[in-house]
Design a protein around this ligand. Structure first.
Ligand SMILES: Nc1ncnc2c1ncn2[C@@H]1O[C@H](COP(=O)(O)OP(=O)(O)OP(=O)(O)O)[C@@H](O)[C@H]1O
Ligand SMILES: [Mg+2]
Length: 312
């Protein structure tokens, strides 16, 4: 089971003065259960690409296979595709419109022609998944906080019970707490429900932390595709296309230049913390400070004396 793009091209307003070639020969295959981060500078084609994956936009040329079937074959059931591949747009709260939260989340399943009872059952399950209990059911979506609105919008897509969940910058404009809440919900859907996740993000920190694979777009072309560590090794090339590695990776590189033997592939704060503590322990023998670093202590060149004030 997978989503496979073959030589996907897309041109907006083809044949007019406003013609805009937005995707160039994009190829990839995403397997069931993957957590993919989709990154790229503004205008690189991320939203255009995601809208192909659930059939909202049709490629100008190329093919897209969902579970082995070419969705562009005549007679392909696009409605079914849209229920299997759920897409949460950027600023999805702009699309909340019903009188209360429960009615809003029921909209998708009712569109699938499910009974009112079944639609409500699914809506309630979806709201529970995003951490909104029944006290929210009768609230107006417009009275909620930014993070809560976002969760209602995600529940609206989850209520269709998709196999694949695509989120186009789900944390844009949220405060740090709202951001963490949303990312934790998404991580839970992946880890506990085995859902395939495609997360469009401008945050290198977030994709390094949550995604197992990154697809990098630049001017409509796919330029990198690999694990976060593989991709962030190319941080110089990423900088050239308006991206960067996570900040912690730069700090690790700075420390290495000063002789601290850290793995240059570190991309998350948790990894850096663990590695630094291991070095500290290695240099300090058994007398480690009170913390819960696990694993073997690596021999390191940094000790309390030479490390100065590394606080983790
Ligand atoms: N409706 C449209 N009509 C014409 N051109 C469009 C349309 N939507 C997007 N484009 C163009 O297609 C290209 C890709 O845009 P897209 O919105 O997919 O990029 P993006 O990577 O999602 O950007 P952002 O990070 O700003 O959301 C850009 O050059 C953009 O100007
Ligand atoms: Mg976009």
């Amino acid at each position: 089971m997978s989503i496979k793009a073959v030589d996907l091209n897309f041109v907006y307003s083809g044949g007019t003065a406003f013609e805009q070639h937005a995707l160039f020969d994009v190829n990839f295959e995403i397997q069931d259960g993957e957590f993919v981060g989709l990154i790229g500078h503004t205008g690189s084609g991320k939203s255009t690409l995601t809208q192909h994956l659930n059939g909202l936009l049709k490629a100008s040329s190329g093919a897209l296979y969902f579970n082995g079937e070419n969705i562009y074959e005549p007679g392909y059931d696009m409605k079914k595709l849209r229920s299997k591949v759920g897409l949460v747009f950027q600023y999805p709260e702009h699309q909340l419109f019903e009188i209360d939260v429960l009615t809003d989340v029921c909209f998708g399943p009712k569109n699938l022609e499910l009974s009112q009872e079944e639609a409500e059952k699914r809506a309630k399950e979806a709201l529970a998944l995003v951490g909104l209990d029944e006290s929210y059911y009768k609230q107006s979506p417009f009275e909620l906080s930014g993070g809560q609105k976002r969760r209602v919008a995600i529940a609206g897509v989850l209520a269709m019970e998709p196999e694949v969940l695509i989120l186009d910058e789900p944390t844009a404009g949220l405060d740090p707490r709202g951001r963490d809440e949303i990312l934790d919900v998404i991580k839970g859907l992946h880890d506990q429900r085995g859902m395939t996740i495609i997360l469009v993000s401008h945050s290198m920190e977030d994709v390094a932390r949550y995604a197992g694979r990154l697809i990098v777009m630049n001017r409509g072309s796919k330029v990198f595709d690999g694990t976060p560590k593989e991709v962030f090794r190319h941080y110089k090339e990423l900088e050239a296309i308006g991206l960067a590695a996570p900040q912690i990776t730069y700090l690790v590189h700075d420390l290495r230049e000063q002789g601290v033997e850290l793995d240059p592939d570190i991309t998350t704060i948790e990894e850096a913390r663990k590695a630094i503590l291991e070095l500290w322990e290695g240099a300090d023998g058994a007398g480690a400070p009170e913390h819960e670093a696990d694993g073997q202590a690596k021999a390191g060149t940094v000790g309390k004396e030479s490390s100065g004030d590394i606080h983790v």
